[in-house]
Design a protein around this ligand. Structure first.
Ligand code: SF4
Ligand code: SF4
Length: 271
């Protein structure tokens, strides 16, 4: 039995959900716009053509024939059964789940199978604290940004560490619900989408890159930049950074620091 403190990161509320481990962000074209188009079309096709388990093979074939299949990492499966769960397209999730099919569970037809899909809890469940999880759920409304951030343990923990150190405590998750603190924190996590120093390399995802055979952890070459390791190193890696000069690195640090300082100022101003 699940304890009452359990926080369902995959489907946290009615405003958003996550589909990262179903391979959503592993399509070569995984901007929000292209994923919305993909998910919208396949969800409509699913509801039009799937009436039972026997229809799934045809559905899978049609998806693979009609959608671009190029991936960032070949070894990570992109599941054809993830779609939109609601008409307003706020929540992504499994079209084979019993809640989508009048109680019938079709997940055995999938690449991973029912047991793996049902029992999978990504590392964020274990490594992000309860207060951090609740805070992030309060900060981010959009499924696309939420999925990118909830799976990025370093980004989440580092941000809350820096603001907690400045304030002297981890702010209650309620403080992130609305107003200036919500807006400042949301601006920070939105750097995932708009980071000025994002590497143009397409085989990188956060701190990881793929060398053709396996995942590797990327490193910033501080020696080449002529400086010490940045205090924001983990955040920079999460943001898939590439700095060509020391000036760029310092500018990146200033952007992060300004956000942290602004948060701390607004937080303390409220008392
Ligand atoms: S990556 Fe984690 S939070 Fe996202 S759907 Fe998978 S298990 Fe859930
Ligand atoms: S079948 Fe499994 S991998 Fe595919 S969408 Fe459903 S939960 Fe995700």
């Amino acid at each position: 039995m699940r304890d009452n403190n359990f926080i369902h990161l995959c489907q946290p509320d009615a405003r958003k959900s996550c589909g990262a481990c179903c391979g959503l962000y592993n399509y070569a074209y995984s901007t929000k716009e292209s994923l919305v188009k993909r998910l919208r079309q396949r969800t409509a096709l699913f509801h039009k053509t799937v009436n039972g388990q026997d229809d799934l093979e045809d559905f899978s074939r049609m998806i693979k024939e009609s959608e671009p299949q190029t991936k960032i990492y070949e070894v990570i499966y992109c599941c054809e059964y993830i779609g939109f769960l609601d008409n307003s397209e706020k929540k992504v999730g499994c079209l084979l789940h019993p809640l989508q099919n009048g109680g019938k569970d079709f997940r055995d037809a999938s690449f991973y199978g029912r047991d793996l899909c049902d029992g999978h809890f990504c590392p964020s469940y274990h490594h992000i604290s309860r207060e951090e999880k609740l805070a992030l759920i309060n900060i981010i409304e959009d499924w696309y940004l939420y999925g990118l951030c909830i799976t990025d343990i370093d980004l989440v923990k580092e941000y809350f560490r820096f603001i907690s150190e400045g304030i002297g405590e981890m702010p209650s998750a309620d403080r992130f619900k609305e107003g200036a603190l919500n807006e400042i924190a949301r601006r920070f996590f939105s750097l995932k989408l708009s980071w000025l120093f994002r590497s143009p390399e397409t085989n990188r995802f956060g701190k990881y890159y793929f060398d053709g055979c396996q995942y590797m952890i990327n490193h910033i070459d501080y020696d080449a930049l002529g400086c010490e390791r940045s205090r924001f190193d983990r955040i920079f890696l999460s943001l898939t950074s590439q700095f060509n000069t020391l000036e760029e690195l310092r500018k990146g640090e200033a952007i992060i620091q300004e956000n942290i300082d602004e948060f701390i100022y607004k937080y303390q101003e409220a008392y």
